[in-house]
Design a binder for this molecule. Structure first.
Ligand code: SF4
Length: 265
């Protein structure tokens, strides 16, 4: 069994507890305007050209995005850092893109990682069937669960998909008392007004259980070169990134509403 992976990040400290290896799956059913991983959207292996000059001579370097991996290869890759993972109470995180798009592979690798005793996290948009969520629940210790907007129309406008199945799956996971960290990207002109934060609080208050924590992820404008190389329009090209300080008031509002909140992953 194989999957298309576009990045493997060792010693990651923002994708769950402790020191982790994060594996990025290619393919995503969403099309968020602010996506900083546009190379993850297409599930196929892609090639892009990078143009640069050496002594005034224009040179093109072709870069492949994505590579096939077998389950065993990735398990061995993760095991390289097993000592530091155990010492730091870390583990492995499956991210993307949307890792559940390559479902059979994800389920198999989760099963094999659990056999090693390592902590497992799945970073998901939640835009998947309840059946798939249900099947990985026994092998997933933590869900890093994106909540990009609280308003369904705005969610559709800015991500291309409905919020409704995402909220339904989130409630399902929380009802099963699973550990969930909700990740809210704070995006200028899309969800960063005071009214928006109250909207999020109203939605979060209706969840059956409190998530273990909420991560507020300030928008950063670092993906423009990737968009150019992939020949995809960057809809947020002229929007500057957000300073962490500007979202401290949102953190305080959520804390006052009773949530544990962290800025960053
Ligand atoms: S869910 Fe993540 S990877 Fe997919 S389009 Fe949105 S930001 Fe990009």
């Amino acid at each position: 069994m194989k999957a298309v992976i576009f990045n493997i990040k060792r010693f990651a400290v923002h994708d769950g507890p402790g020191v982790r290896t994060t594996i990025f799956f290619k393919g995503c059913p969403l099309n968020c305007k602010w996506c900083h991983n546009p190379e993850s959207k297409n599930i196929d292996i892609e090639k892009t050209d990078k143009y640069y000059k050496i002594r005034d001579i224009e040179t093109i370097k072709t870069k492949q995005i994505g590579k096939f991996y077998q389950v065993k290869e990735l398990v061995n890759e993760v095991k390289k850092d097993i000592v530091i993972m155990e010492e730091s109470a870390g583990g492995v995180t499956f991210s993307g893109g949307e890792p559940l798009m390559q479902f059979d592979f994800l389920k198999e690798i989760l099963i094999q990682m659990k056999e090693t005793g390592l902590h497992t996290a799945v970073d998901t948009s939640g835009y998947v069937s309840e059946k798939k969520i249900n099947e990985i629940i026994p092998y997933t210790d933590l869900f890093l669960y994106d909540l990009k907007h609280y308003n369904n129309e705005k969610h559709i406008e800015n991500t291309g998909v409905s919020l409704l199945p995402i909220l339904k799956n989130l409630k399902y996971i929380l009802n099963l008392k699973k550990n969930v960290w909700i990740r809210i990207p704070i995006i200028p002109e899309i969800n960063n007004s005071e009214e928006d934060i109250y909207g999020f609080i109203k939605t979060l208050d209706k969840l059956p259980e409190k998530p273990e924590q909420i991560n507020l992820l300030p928008y950063h404008n670092i993906a423009d070169n990737k968009f150019k190389r992939l020949k995809i329009e960057n809809k947020m090209k002229n929007i500057p990134g957000l300073d962490k300080k500007t979202i401290i008031p949102f953190k305080l509002m959520l804390e006052q509403a009773g949530f544990k909140v962290k800025i960053g992953g």
